[in-house]
Ligand binder design. Structure first.
Ligand SMILES: C[S@@+](CC[C@H](N)C(=O)[O-])C[C@H]1O[C@@H](n2cnc3c(N)ncnc32)[C@H](O)[C@@H]1O
Length: 293
């Protein structure tokens, strides 16, 4: 089979299975099966696949056809310009979550680089907790952008923490991040953080039908679903964050459009509460500041 024919038949096959973006998926998986880049595919359309390559392509197409996300097949996902390893033990990092990073950098005065952006002198050591770190996406991006920050990354899943540690090591940030297995901020009551940052599970079991099959079947349940309503984890996290934040410290959380109103209510008593939309105008990031006393 010639490379270009293998690609064409893969596209029709994925299309039949209702895989979204069949062209992109077929190409991505062919690059993976041949361990080559895009330029190579286009430079050698007439080249025959070896038996080994055909078999490998066949295996990954079957996987993708039954709904396994491409990222779990290739083991990679890009986030904040970094290549991250992902396994089925972790949520695949989403582009929307980059808004969380942007908000933290803005509040930390990195983008404006002005003394006291929102009241904070630059060059102080920031203490940050990333709650529910998963692949480590948020913690590692912040470690990279805030070279003097002290970062704690927490997850309830030991398997997720293993992936997060591996990612930190690959990006030479392992010495910057302290990884802890734990339930939200339980056990951190004596700490004082400048930022509590989190992309918590926020989908309700009652909304399960609206969740893509790929997510429902293949991403870790406790990374996606919080409980029957969807706000269960956020509702516990908010008062815990208050306790561990310094006066004037910020909580920055990813949320969903469905729970934005509830989140605002849970944040009564906080200062500077703001809900920011993502690129599709869906409420996506909640910011709140612990009163400065
Ligand atoms: C939506 S994923 C976010 C992963 C990653 N931070 C990201 O943005 O891609 C939520 C993460 O929270 C973790 N988690 C769920 N319940 C938790 C709890 N009670 N305490 C700590 N982590 C929890 C899950 O294991 C999962 O890794």
């Amino acid at each position: 089979v010639r490379l270009k024919d293998a690609l064409q038949s893969a596209i029709s096959r994925l299309r039949e299975k209702d895989v979204p973006s069949p062209g992109m998926n077929a190409e991505l998986l062919l690059k993976f099966a041949l361990n080559c880049d895009r330029a190579y595919l286009f430079a050698h359309p007439e080249r025959d696949l070896t038996a080994g390559e055909r078999e490998r392509y066949e295996t990954v197409l079957t996987e993708r056809g039954r709904g396994v996300p491409a990222q779990y097949i290739t083991g990679h996902q890009e986030f904040w310009g970094m290549d991250l390893i992902v396994s089925p033990a972790v949520l695949i990092p989403r582009p929307e979550t980059e808004h969380v990073i942007e908000a933290v950098l803005e509040l930390a005065g990195v983008e404006t680089n002005k003394a006291g952006a929102r009241g904070r002198p630059p060059h102080t050591v920031l203490r940050i907790a990333d709650v529910g770190t998963g692949s480590g996406a948020i913690a590692i991006a912040l470690a990279k952008e805030l070279p003097t920050a002290e970062i704690h990354a927490i997850d309830i899943s030991p398997a997720a923490l293993e992936v997060a540690r591996a990612n930190a090591a690959r990006h030479q940030e392992e010495s910057r991040i302290r990884f802890c297995e734990g339930d939200l901020l339980v056990g951190f009551e004596k700490e004082s953080f400048d930022f509590v940052v989190s992309n918590p599970p926020y989908v309700g079991e009652s909304e399960e039908d609206q969740v893509q099959l790929e997510v429902r079947k293949f991403e870790p349940r406790n990374a996606v679903f919080a409980g029957p309503k969807g706000t269960e984890v956020i509702e516990r996290l908010i008062p815990q964050a208050w306790r561990v934040l310094k006066p004037g410290g910020w909580l920055v959380m990813e949320i969903s459009g469905t729970n934005a109103d509830d989140v605002k209510q849970f944040l009564a008593g906080w200062d500077d509460v703001e809900i920011r939309p993502d690129l599709q105008a869906i409420p996506r990031v909640a910011l709140a500041r612990r009163a400065s006393n």
